[in-house]
Design a binder for this molecule. Structure first.
Ligand code: HPA
Length: 310
């Protein structure tokens, strides 16, 4: 999706000739993000009778979870108006709306990343669509390099450090999504984090909490960068999630982030990093990850029910 709402053809990433910055700030009528999100939401609603209040973004290797949804409507991103299209290996590129038990959910099989050439607004557009669909809770999953954690661990994200140099909220602020200066002091819902740790322990899956640093990639970090990240308080490093969290919090959706540590971050072990290892570890941990998500969904649903306190 480009600035004027032009649809992408095929799986090609957009070129970076976005509209000049002043067109975003000076002329609110030119933004149109809200209307684009609304038309995508209406399209999704026309494809399924379900009205999910929980959405999941399934990162590297976790997409198969959505294949288990019952009463599923599978909607390729290419068919959803204005939706960006995934080019990364391991990301199928469809939205699956269905049921896990009796809970309606929307699951993204794959996401797009800044490193594919998309802007932060494009990366977070699906979250805007969830906001227009009335989604109340977003579960974001990803693969990450472990700074403090070893390969194979599942880690609940407690907080993040945005080192991507961009923010999806720059430019014109549409108050219908949220305020100009949204609070980020509790971006990752405390109650959700407690639930995730609790359910992880109950299932016998060791689960930790940590701070996720987001860089753009696509090159992995250097050992010196990892030492720097450790010094500034990062426990995990990855190339996604943060723009989506910012957009979700802007619209007051509650967020749970979970990373699968697919590899030790650069320089920790005396070996090079590669994407194959990332996918292999994600595939190995998938069973535990899915079990955790299944255990969490009823708790999250209860927590977002209109009568619940939190
Ligand atoms: N660095 C950045 N992103 C990642 C890594 C990593 O080591 N592993 C999986 N995603």
């Amino acid at each position: 999706m480009k600035q004027g709402g032009t649809k992408l053809k095929g799986k090609r990433a957009p070129n970076k000739t976005a509209a000049p910055a002043e067109s975003l700030t000076a002329n609110p009528a030119n933004s149109g993000e809200y209307e684009r999100a609304e038309s995508a939401a209406q399209f999704i609603f026309s494809s399924t009778p379900l009205r999910p209040k929980i959405a999941l973004v399934l990162g590297s290797g976790l997409g198969p979870f959505a294949d288990e949804f019952k009463q599923a409507s599978k909607i390729p991103y290419a068919r959803i108006p204005h939706f960006p299209q995934s080019t990364a290996i391991g990301h199928a590129g469809q939205l699956v709306v269905g049921k896990v038990g009796d809970i309606a959910v929307a699951g993204m099989q794959g996401r797009v990343h800044l490193y594919e050439g998309y802007s932060a607004k494009e990366v977070s557009f699906p979250i805007r669509v969830f906001a227009r669909m009335g989604v109340k809770a977003v579960i974001l999953t990803n693969a990450a390099g472990g700074i403090k954690f070893v390969q194979g661990r599942l880690v609940v994200i407690r907080d993040h450090i945005n080192l991507q140099g961009v923010n999806p909220l720059t430019g014109f602020n549409d108050e219908r999504f949220g305020p100009r200066f949204p609070d980020m002091s509790s971006a990752y819902d405390k109650r959700f984090r407690e639930m995730a740790v609790g359910q992880g322990n109950r299932l016998g899956i060791g689960i930790d909490e940590g701070v996720y640093a987001a860089l753009t990639g696509p090159g992995y970090e250097t050992p010196a960068e990892i030492r720097y990240l450790r010094t500034i308080g990062a426990d995990l490093v990855g190339m996604s999630t943060v723009p989506e969290v910012i957009a979700a919090r802007h619209s007051d959706m509650r967020v749970l982030g979970i990373s699968c540590v697919t590899n030790a971050a650069a320089g920790i072990l005396d070996q090079p990093l590669n994407h194959r290892e990332v996918l292999e570890t994600a595939a190995r941990v998938k069973g535990d990850f899915i079990a955790l998500l299944k255990a969490l969904l009823p708790k999250i649903e209860e927590s977002i029910a209109p009568t619940a306190k939190n």
